[in-house]
Write a protein that binds this ligand. Structure first.
Ligand SMILES: Nc1nc2c(ncn2[C@@H]2O[C@H](COP(=O)(O)OP(=O)(O)OP(=O)(O)O)[C@@H](O)[C@H]2O)c(=O)[nH]1
Ligand SMILES: [Mg+2]
Length: 385
């Protein structure tokens, strides 16, 4: 109720009190600032088992010059070099991959839970430990076979030892090929996570599919998510920014995949990312409703989802926006129904057209004012702590 009164006051006063945030020169400001990076931004993508073996064989058979005159010693050094080089190529590459992953226990819950939703942290841990096991086994094997080579004086025997070493090393790589594939797919998915700065001012845009979330993100921030006339265009979290306090305060705007009106237990991986953003990142939620129903979802189900969200995230301010204002004259009945349902619930809403830019100044002024208030509250709380 208190929120309702505050919004009603804002709508009259904010555009005068506060200039709409400036959305220009984002890239310049981004370059000036130290941009926070995702813990997965420097993952090393492993080659497949086949690519790794091809590379290792190629390197091990690369001709090397030797000053050794003694033919036995020269042959021995050549075979030792081949085993060592093969083991080195594979184990150093695997080590690089494993080391590039952050410690999951030390990660912020947002990033850990997101990794869990996208790939499964336990499965990833197992796959990484298998890669590490493979790397150590290959090192150990290469040492064993090199010791055997050092004791051999026979050309044929040396060749046999080298072939046996390469066969064993190849078998190990093949035995971890599914783990390598799992890590490759993890790198692909985690590498796409944007550089979201947890704990900094964040607005999360939520709503059912096709309601205009991405269009609004493009309109109010530097984010450039894809827009299309079909549902589930956005399949992961996307990030944009705008600036307050003359560029001194950066606000994150997060575009989320569309949510359906259904229980948490039935939500898929795409929807769970949106839930996670609401749970772990949102200072403020902008809930978009398409009252024209051209999104393909009824007003009733959009309001039912809104109620679920406000119940689930009751400590977060939710700003309702009714989108596609430019089409309303063609859908008066649906729009009337939507407004009536919200008014019955005593909910204030903003009327916008994200595509045409209608009502955007008032909305952004409110967002700016709300975020500044929340920022001051959090700052004051921190200084007391
Ligand atoms: N006429 C009109 N169309 C709009 C408006 N806002 C968005 N649209 C259209 O609605 C469709 C969906 O827009 P998106 O921004 O992709 O919607 P979304 O909510 O991000 O969709 P998902 O990512 O699939 O959940 C696109 O065809 C947009 O052009 C608006 O204000 N007016
Ligand atoms: Mg979208």
């Amino acid at each position: 109720m208190c929120t309702l009164i505050r919004f009603k006051t804002f709508v009259k006063s904010t555009s005068k009190l506060l200039p709409a945030p400036s959305y220009e020169n984002f890239s310049e400001i981004l370059m000036r600032e130290k941009v926070h990076v995702s813990p997965f931004s420097s993952l090393v993508y492993p080659p497949s088992a086949k690519e790794l073996l091809d590379l290792a064989f190629k390197r091990s058979f690369k001709p090397r010059s030797s000053k050794e005159r003694d033919p036995i010693r020269s042959a021995r050094m050549r075979e030792v070099g081949r085993i060592a080089s093969m083991a080195d190529v594979i184990s150093s590459r695997l080590k690089e991959v494993v080391r590039s992953f952050p410690s999951f226990d030390a990660l912020h819950p947002f990033y850990r839970e997101l990794a869990d939703v996208l790939i499964g942290v336990d499965e990833l841990r197992v796959a990484l430990s298998r890669l590490d096991w493979g790397r150590k086994m290959i090192r150990r094997l290469s040492r064993q076979y090199i010791r055997r080579l050092m004791g051999s004086e026979d050309f044929r025997e040396m060749e046999r030892i080298r072939k046996a070493a390469m066969g064993r090393i190849s078998s190990i790589v093949k035995s971890i090929s599914t783990d390598i594939d799992f890590v490759r797919s993890a790198c692909q998915k985690l590498g796409k996570i944007p550089n979201i700065q947890v704990g900094s001012p964040t607005i999360v845009i939520a709503g059912m599919p096709n309601t205009g979330k991405s269009t609004l993100v493009r309109r109010i921030s530097s984010g450039k998510p894809e827009i299309a006339s079909y549902p589930f265009t956005t399949r992961s979290l996307l990030l944009g920014h705008f600036y307050l306090k003359g560029g001194a305060l950066r606000v994150q705007v997060i575009d989320t995949p569309g949510l359906l009106d259904r229980p948490l237990s039935e939500r898929n991986v795409i929807e769970l990312q949106a839930i996670l953003a609401l749970k772990r990142l949102a200072w403020l939620i902008v809930y978009i409703i398409d009252p024209t129903e051209t999104c393909g979802y009824s007003v009733k189900s959009q309001i039912s989802l809104f109620e679920e969200i406000t119940k689930e995230f009751s400590d977060i301010e939710v700003i309702i926006t009714l989108n596609k204002r430019d089409l309303w004259s063609q859908f008066l009945e649906n729009v009337g129904k939507c407004k009536k349902l919200l008014e019955e619930r005593q909910k204030f809403f903003y009327e916008i057209s994200a595509e045409r830019g209608l009502g955007i100044d008032t909305l952004t002024a409110t967002l700016g004012k709300e975020i500044l208030e929340l920022y001051d509250i959090r700052k004051a709380r921190k200084s007391v702590d």
